[in-house]
Design a binder for this molecule. Structure first.
Ligand SMILES: Nc1ncnc2c1ncn2[C@@H]1O[C@H](COP(=O)(O)OP(=O)(O)OP(=O)(O)O)[C@@H](O)[C@H]1O
Ligand SMILES: O=P(O)(O)OC[C@H]1O[C@H](OP(=O)(O)OP(=O)(O)O)[C@H](O)[C@@H]1O
Ligand SMILES: O=C(O)c1cccnc1
Length: 478
């Protein structure tokens, strides 16, 4: 997407703290991890998405004259700090998982290291981008999985919560597995092919359904997809569609032909429509369905034997309606003073909400067959030996300690910025999608299912576990 100055899209406390950090010690370094604690819909994985927009945001950080003017008249900030913002020079290091990576609770999707006052300013926007796009990609994976290879088109822009949610959401849906989107802006910006059928208004605008279909046929003889539910699917829509396909066939045009059904009982109507099309000799004519679809409806109708070639999915996917929040957080995990990294923790009443201190990176563990067996968090300067002990991060798992065996470790973090300089080449959206699908295939099948998936293990090294336990004890014994 075009560059946009979103620097002021932050929560005011980030600026007031930054003003304070500036006064205290502008050189002090902070480390922050961005992660989530719970997979939406009680699913097994999140499709990490948003890095493209994160890069766009970070590469365009600046405070414009009018931003500074606005901040100055608030009377909250020191003049020296405003001057610092005026000449803002992004200096942070950023590590991130590659976009499309399947990710799990409590592992850093993205880590920022840099002057505390800068790293703090990024909190809201990084979360805004990643929480939204990962949520939609995660939902789309669920929807596409139950479609079992049938195409899913993203149709949700009209019901998305605003223009960005529609456009970036459509991209996220494609990364999650959708074949394409009806959103033309998203298609243009992200190198996708826009797609779709026709609306009821086309049919309504003619004196009769057959005239509407014939007119469409004249405009698009080589891709004749007709919406057949404006009046009566089986008594009017499908027979008229067949009549038009016959006319095209007589002209020597053999498709692609197709119909879309947007209301009624999907199972019954598609089975009947399939029979009618087949009997008329149009076995290759496709049937698309739409109308408030989600993974449950799709699974239901396919189990009932619905005859569907592709799905148009809108509102339920673009808003992740069944569980519409990914509660990613951005937490300080360390500071650095005089070259020394000092781990920091945030305690909570629940173990889940207590943070994981220290500068660390996530790795994926692969067995001899190339299957992912879990993820492992290691301190940034830590090396582990084959067969060392690793510890489950989930306190509810019965088996807490495991051996690393001969599993291969592959780093999940890539360096994206070094001292504020972009050092990473972001792949194109369709490459991200292909990468994501390949990475999902590496996971145990039981983690992928919609209901009651197996919980994928996220392990910690001994060092991380001991540090956390020690810090909890230190604070709670005080
Ligand atoms: N066989 C089926 N099993 C489960 N859900 C279905 C089935 N057929 C349709 N649905 C879903 O049921 C919901 C209601 O569909 P229906 O077409 O009856 O209502 P509607 O949206 O009011 O129709 P209209 O678009 O004409 O106003 C939709 O979400 C649809 O996807
Ligand atoms: O239902 P969704 O999953 O969001 O899919 C997109 C919907 O958008 C269109 O409906 P339209 O705006 O014409 O209204 P409708 O619900 O009356 O069909 C289309 O016909 C689908 O039904
Ligand atoms: O092309 C379509 O059929 C379409 C696009 C958006 C929303 N509903 C339908």
């Amino acid at each position: 997407m075009k560059t946009r100055n979103l620097t002021l899209l932050l929560d005011f406390y980030e600026l007031t703290m930054a003003n304070g950090f500036f006064k205290e010690n502008p050189e002090k370094i902070g480390y922050f991890d961005l992660y989530f604690r719970k997979v939406p819909d009680q699913g097994g994985l999140v499709v990490y998405t948003g890095l493209d927009q994160v890069i766009n945001y970070l590469s365009n950080l600046y405070f414009s004259d009018s931003d500074i003017k606005f901040l100055r008249q608030l009377g909250t900030f020191e003049e020296k700090f405003l001057k610092y913002l005026e000449n803002f020079d992004f200096k942070c290091d950023v590590w991130s998982m590659k976009e499309g990576t399947p990710a799990f609770p409590n592992e850093p999707l993205l880590t920022v290291r840099g002057p505390l006052l800068q790293a703090q300013l990024l909190e809201t926007m990084l979360l805004n981008i990643i929480n939204h796009e990962s949520l939609i990609a995660t939902k789309a994976r669920r929807v596409c999985m139950v479609a079992h290879g049938r195409k899913v088109m993203e149709f949700g822009s009209r019901r998305a919560q605003g223009a960005d949610a529609a456009t970036y959401g459509a991209r996220a849906a494609v990364i999650g597995g959708c074949f394409g989107t009806a959103n033309v802006l998203s298609a243009k910006e992200f190198g996708l092919k826009p797609m779709g059928t026709m609306a009821h208004s086309w049919v309504q605008s003619f004196p009769s359904e057959i005239e509407a279909f014939e007119a469409w046929m004249r405009v698009y003889p080589h891709n004749c997809l007709l919406l057949v539910d404006t009046y009566d699917v089986l008594n009017s829509g499908v027979p008229h569609a067949i009549e038009v396909f016959r006319q095209l066939k007589r002209q020597g045009i053999d498709g692609p032909f197709g119909i879309r059904i947007d209301s009624g009982d999907i199972t019954y109507l598609t089975r009947q429509a399939r029979k009618m099309l087949d009997q008329a000799g149009f076995e290759s004519a496709t049937i698309t369905i739409s109308n408030a679809l989600d993974e449950e409806v799709i699974q239901n109708v396919l189990e009932e034997g619905a005859q569907v070639d592709s799905f148009g999915v809108g509102e339920k996917m673009i808003t992740a309606a069944s569980d519409p929040v990914l509660s990613g957080v951005y937490k300080m995990v360390a500071i650095q003073e005089e070259g020394k990294i000092i781990p920091k923790i945030k305690l909570s009443n629940t173990v889940e909400k207590t943070t994981i201190p220290g500068f660390k990176h996530p790795y994926r563990l692969y067995d001899e067959e190339g299957k992912a067996r879990g993820d492992l968090l290691l301190a940034a300067d830590e090396k582990v030996r084959a067969n060392s002990r690793i510890y489950n991060s989930d306190p509810n798992k019965t088996i807490q300690i495991r051996r690393l065996k001969n599993w291969k470790l592959k780093p999940l973090h890539q360096q994206i910025y070094t001292a504020g300089k972009l050092v990473y080449q972001q792949p194109k959206t369709l490459e991200v999608k292909a990468y994501s699908q390949a990475k999902v295939k590496e996971l145990p099948e039981a983690c992928l299912r919609l209901k009651n998936p197996d919980i994928y293990d996220v392990f910690w090294s001994k060092r991380i576990r001991e540090l956390r336990t020690k810090m909890i004890e230190e604070f709670t014994s005080k």
